[in-house]
Design a protein around this ligand. Structure first.
Ligand code: SF4
Ligand code: SF4
Length: 368
């Protein structure tokens, strides 16, 4: 009988709906018993007649665990692809269940004797909300109290924003601008079905609302010497930190050789083409590649921008620009980061000169 203790939902998903348990290749099993006695969840029983491991209570298996396969001396144990579990983790439901668990069990889980968070907590007022596309909102926040200031952040950093009136964990959003004299910051927020902060932004937020922001944080900041050319690569709303870096560089080093490469699914999702047009006009050393998998008529591509059909990695592969001396800064969803960095590497950008916006790698960009 499966043990009810191990049948509870896995981060909100009923355990019986998840196909995750070992499969034993009976031919390869030499009956050593390592898996049978090593699994603390009693997934296995042992056939003492045939001297073989038998998967007896598969549903007891811990989702994502592969210990028995790793320790089998004859490689006789297989599992479904780990990607199946990683895909489950992208569900909003799963992310929220983990988040609620962290909140509920805080006393049990938190590291003891924590030092206070070094970043500041600032009350921020929503000063503007602009629908850039049906699925992307540009939200401007400014310090609510005169004594607060966000002028110290470095372009490429992010803020954590709390949904007002909730104890949910805060969401991290890159600041999409270089520091401004009025200390305001722009966040670019994509609608995510069921996403907690994005639902609040799209359904409830009003100009004048107050949110709590914590930060700035993050190290996705410019660290290339001014003489090196740079490629700035964005997938989707990964454009936000890239925009901040471009603003910073155009202000500080207007002659710097720069390439912006931005990819979206549908070209109508390019929500800042007018801004890119002003960058292209400002500097002859600024180049731009725009990639989308579909290009409906009517998209107003800036003069001098090069377009490609496909993903941003395809545009990098097809570019005529010699990237071998470039440093690269890459932001966006995990898949986009993976393919873009591979393309940059193919085009001669050395791995240690590629800097990645690490919270793209959490895979949580779909659960805002
Ligand atoms: S560890 Fe491998 S060889 Fe040993 S009993 Fe289990 S399946 Fe068979
Ligand atoms: S993967 Fe882990 S939990 Fe599942 S059967 Fe193997 S050792 Fe047990």
């Amino acid at each position: 009988m499966p043990n009810p203790k191990f049948m509870t939902p896995w981060h909100g998903v009923p355990r019986e709906e998840i196909d995750w348990h070992p499969r034993v290749n009976v031919e390869a099993c030499i009956g050593c018993g390592t898996c049978v006695t090593g699994c603390s969840r009693l997934v296995y029983r042992f056939d003492y007649e045939q001297m073989k491991a038998v998967v007896f209570d598969p549903i007891n298996c811990m989702v994502g665990c592969t210990t028995c396969a790793n320790t089998c001396p004859t490689n006789a144990i297989g599992f479904p692809p780990l990607q199946d579990v990683l895909d489950l983790e992208k569900r909003v439901l799963v992310h929220h269940a983990i988040e609620d668990d962290l909140t509920t069990r805080r006393e049990q889980l938190q590291v003891p004797d924590l030092l206070p968070h070094p970043d500041r907590v600032v009350e921020l007022e929503v000063t503007s909300i602009v629908d850039a596309t049906p699925t992307t909102r540009l939200v401007t926040l400014a310090p609510h109290r005169a004594e607060d200031c966000l002028c110290q952040f470095i372009p490429g950093q992010y803020l954590e924003v709390q949904v007002p009136g909730t104890s949910w964990l805060a969401r991290a959003y890159s600041v999409a601008n270089a520091p401004r004299s009025d200390s305001s910051v722009e966040l670019q927020i994509r609608r995510v079905d069921g996403g907690r902060l994005s639902s609040w932004i799209f359904e409830s937020a009003q100009v004048g609302d107050i949110v709590t922001g914590r930060g700035p944080a993050g190290a996705f900041t410019m660290r290339s010497p001014a003489e090196r050319p740079i490629a700035l690569v964005a997938g989707g709303t990964g454009f936000a930190p890239i925009k901040a870096l471009v603003e910073q560089q155009l202000d500080g080093f207007p002659d710097r050789r720069m390439l912006l490469a931005w990819g979206v699914t549908n070209a109508t999702d390019f929500y800042e083409l007018d801004v890119i047009g002003t960058w292209l006009e400002r500097s002859p050393n600024f180049d731009c590649l725009l990639a989308a998998t579909s290009w409906p008529p009517g998209v107003n591509v800036p003069t001098r921008a090069t377009t490609a059909t496909g993903f941003v990695a395809d545009a990098i592969d097809a570019s005529e620009i010699d990237l071998s001396g470039y440093d690269a800064y890459v932001a966006g969803p995990r898949e986009s980061i993976t393919t873009s960095t591979a393309a940059l590497h193919r085009r001669g950008v050395s791995v240690e000169r590629i800097f990645v916006d690490s919270f793209g790698l959490t895979g949580l960009t779909d659960v805002a």
